[in-house]
Design a protein around this ligand. Structure first.
Ligand SMILES: Nc1ncnc2c1ncn2[C@@H]1O[C@H](COP(=O)(O)OP(=O)(O)OP(=O)(O)O)[C@@H](O)[C@H]1O
Length: 249
């Protein structure tokens, strides 16, 4: 029987409910082993719902969208990300927000041309969570909402913000190129240079803006606001990169 364990309520900041199973129950003592390997022993008569609560079925197998979790607390969110990560599923939605877990390795096929095509043909949430789905939603919303769109990427150092930014730019560049290749569109060749310039700006920016730190071998030492301008047809016409959030010396 799966359970979440907890200490006294409210939980101290560094404690959270943990997914566990009862490994033994005799002599008035219950032993719980968490899925992460820790062992907790409780006197049976001292157990309360505050300490141990049944785990909802939605938390046991993992969900693609964590807004559908019945147990909504840090422990349930962490466990869901953990379950998916074990199957190399690094992306998970929380409604329309995407949570990404850094895999620290290349995952074959995850970002290839076929993936760009697949995500360009589906709305966010229709197929498995992916950074391309966020980029696609952003691109489509330019026409759906007729408003500027913005993607905010946040996370601790080494979480994968820079890589995620590059993936979004890759997707948008592919969409831009496609809008020029579509029948009736006349490609001038100059816009494809804009896309190339955009993608090739990353290594240049990294050459003088990144440094090795204890957290990340390729850590950005300043934040970037990247603005892209799209034509009505859907191709990128230009853009700019503004450095911001300079850390204190
Ligand atoms: N989606 C991914 N797939 C494979 N490896 C990744 C992915 N995202 C990040 N990484 C790896 O993790 C490293 C750190 O990621 P990244 O530089 O994007 O972090 P960051 O959040 O921008 O960190 P900082 O705030 O320090 O700049 C990358 O150099 C890369 O090796």
């Amino acid at each position: 029987h799966d359970h979440f364990l907890s200490g006294p309520q409210p939980l101290p900041e560094d404690e959270q409910h943990l997914p566990s199973t009862v490994s033994s129950c005799s002599g008035g003592v219950v032993v719980f082993t968490t899925d992460y390997g820790q062992v907790y022993t409780y006197k049976q008569n001292a157990l309360s719902r505050q300490k141990v609560a049944p785990m909802h079925v939605s938390s046991i197998s993992g969900v693609e969208d964590m807004s559908s979790l019945e147990d909504l607390h840090d422990g349930a969110i962490m466990y869901n990300l953990y379950l998916r990560y074990q199957h190399r599923l690094i992306y998970t939605y929380i409604g329309s927000i995407l949570a990404a877990v850094n895999p620290y390795q290349n995952l074959p096929g995850l970002y290839d041309r076929a993936a760009v095509d697949r995500y360009s043909r589906h709305y966010l949430g229709e197929i498995s969570p992916h950074i391309y789905a966020v980029a696609n939603e952003c691109y489509r919303s330019l026409w759906k909402r007729l408003q500027n769109q913005c993607v905010l990427i946040s996370g601790e150092s080494g979480a994968g913000k820079t890589e995620s930014t590059k993936l979004i730019l890759t997707f948008l560049s592919a969409m831009s190129q496609r809008s020029l290749d579509s029948p009736g569109a006349s490609s001038t060749g100059s816009t494809s240079r804009v896309e190339e310039a955009l993608l090739e700006s990353s290594p240049i920016m990294e050459a003088f803006g990144n440094a090795k730190t204890v957290y990340n071998n390729n850590s950005s030492r300043f934040g970037k606001f990247i603005q892209l301008h799209f034509s009505q047809k859907g191709n990128i016409q230009g853009g700019r990169i503004v450095d911001c959030i300079l850390p204190n010396p």
